[in-house]
Every structure is written in structure tokens, then in C-alpha cells.
Write a protein that binds this ligand. Structure first.
Ligand code: 137
Length: 249
């Protein structure tokens, strides 16, 4: 089904088969992910997507109350929230996503390793407004199919790339207009923010570009913005110290 995967990535995808599917009536409107980013930009702010992440395969660990974090980020003016839902490596959960969705009125990104339509039905049911699709873990036809399922719900597909080859696939697929450029290599876990700048230069000019991973300084945000980033997805730095948002925005 997926491109050749090894190590922890292989384990994550394998375990997806045993994840539950949640189908229920959604009692939350769809908040437009792209519009929120464009609005913040027009207002002169750095559009930040603050991520809720409790752990990761890089060895990161941080306990924090998800509701307090989400409310604090919303009141600080972030463009949206990204919430990890993968349970084994990222200590994520659908329940936490659902609970946050009930209390905030800003766009929420379903941040997981999406390879099945059932995951998208779940994302919609628990209140997602955008869903991450990682090119690295999908074949072209799977990417296109899942992309359409997300659009069918009127959510935003955020297509994540981490190298030139991924970018070619994302750019050649007709509708892809929101691209996440990941500084982190999913195999080696090395983070290189400079790589994002190089890839942004090659991305279609019309696309909305979100710089992901490794951002912990205001100066990086300026540099990325100067080189074409429209928004910034920040996890580790904000989980460790939520008050840093004041410097980033
Ligand atoms: P951060 O700001 O924490 O460097 O990155 C934010 C975000 O891009 C990142 O949390 C991704 O959503 C998922 N992260 C990691 C990973 C994915 C694969 C392998 C490792 C990790 O260490 O965060």
C-alpha cells in the first residue's frame, strides 16, 4: 500500500489497521484553515499553527494540560492548532482532539499518519478542519484519493513534503494548493530549517506554504517569511514554553 517504509514509520503505519474509527454527528462548524492563515498575514501577524504534542520518536516528552494549552494559544491569536493523534509514538488521542474541538473556535489540524479513508471520517467526526497527508508514506493514487475525500468534507488537505521528489509529486497533482514543508527527515529525524528555504523556492508560487519543524526563534520565522513561508507550524518550542508564542506572533 505505502512506499517502502522501515523502522518506526513502518510500525506506525502497520498499527493503523487496529485503530478505531469514529463516526458521529459533528457539532462544530468547519473553520477555514487557509483563510485563517491569510487573515493573520493581512493583519500583520506571523500566522502560527501551535502544535499539541506530548512525545515523539526524537525522544521529546512534555506533559501539559491540552485544554489550557489550546485556550491559551487561541487567546494569543494563533492561526490554528495542530493536534497529534497517533497514540504509540506521539502519545496522542482522538479524545484529546475531540475535547479541544469542543472549546476552541479556530481551525484544527488533524496531525497523524493518514493512509485510510476511515481516518478521515474520524477526523471529520471529531471536529478537524484540516487533515495532514504525508507524501512520504503514500503512493500517488492514494494521495489523490485521500485528498479528494478530505475536500469532500470541505476540510483542507495539508500536503506535507520533505524533499524535492515529494514536492514534484505534490506539485504535479492538480489541486494541491496548501503545502507543508517539513524540516525534519522522517527517516533520520535530522532537522534542517535551511532545507525548507531551498524547497520553498521550488514550490509553486500560488501555493500556501507552511514551514514545519525545528522553529524555536523569532529570527527563524523572519528568515522563513522573507523566503516565502506563509505560516509556521511549531510544536516542541511551544510545548516546552507556551509563553514563547508572544515572541513568535
Ligand atoms: P517541532 O516544532 O516540534 O520541531 O515540529 C512540529 C511538527 O512539525 C512535528 O511535531 C510533526 O507534527 C511531527 N513530528 C517527529 C515528528 C514526526 C516524525 C518523526 C518525529 C518529532 O520528533 O516531532
Amino acid at each position: 500500500m505505502t512506499r517502502e517504509l522501515t523502522g518506526w514509520l513502518y510500525e506506525v503505519i502497520k498499527a493503523i489497521k487496529s485503530r478505531k474509527t469514529i463516526i458521529k454527528t459533528r457539532d462544530r462548524p468547519i473553520y477555514d484553515f487557509k483563510e485563517s492563515i491569510i487573515k493573520k498575514k493581512k493583519e500583520g501577524f506571523n500566522p502560527i499553527i501551535a502544535e499539541f504534542k506530548k512525545s515523539s520518536p526524537s525522544g521529546f516528552k512534555q506533559e501539559r494540560n491540552p485544554i489550557e494549552y489550546a485556550k491559551f494559544m487561541e487567546s494569543s491569536g494563533v492561526a490554528g492548532l495542530s493536534i497529534l493523534t497517533e497514540p504509540v509514538y506521539f502519545s496522542g488521542s482522538y479524545d484529546v482532539f475531540d475535547a479541544i474541538a469542543k472549546i476552541v473556535k479556530i481551525p484544527l489540524l488533524f496531525k497523524d499518519f493518514v493512509v485510510t479513508e476511515d481516518q478521515i471520517h474520524t477526523a471529520y467526526s471529531i471536529g478537524a478542519d484540516a487533515v495532514l497527508l504525508i507524501v512520504r508514506i503514500l503512493k500517488e493514487n492514494e494521495l489523490c484519493n485521500l485528498y479528494e475525500v478530505i475536500k469532500g468534507y470541505k476540510m483542507t488537505p495539508l500536503v506535507e513534503i520533505e524533499n524535492e521528489n515529494d514536492l514534484k509529486i505534490a506539485a504535479s497533482y492538480c489541486g494541491v494548493d496548501t503545502i507543508g514543508i517539513n524540516a525534519r527527515d522522517l527517516n533520520s529525524l535530522n532537522v534542517k530549517v535551511e532545507k525548507v528555504i531551498e524547497l520553498m523556492k521550488l514550490a509553486p508560487a500560488r501555493s500556501l506554504k507552511i514551514a514545519e519543524s525545528g522553529i524555536n526563534k523569532r529570527s527563524q520565522i523572519f528568515q522563513l517569511r522573507k523566503n516565502g513561508a506563509d505560516a509556521f507550524l511549531i510544536g516542541t518550542a511551544l510545548m516546552k514554553d507556551p509563553y514563547k508564542i508572544k515572541f513568535f506572533i
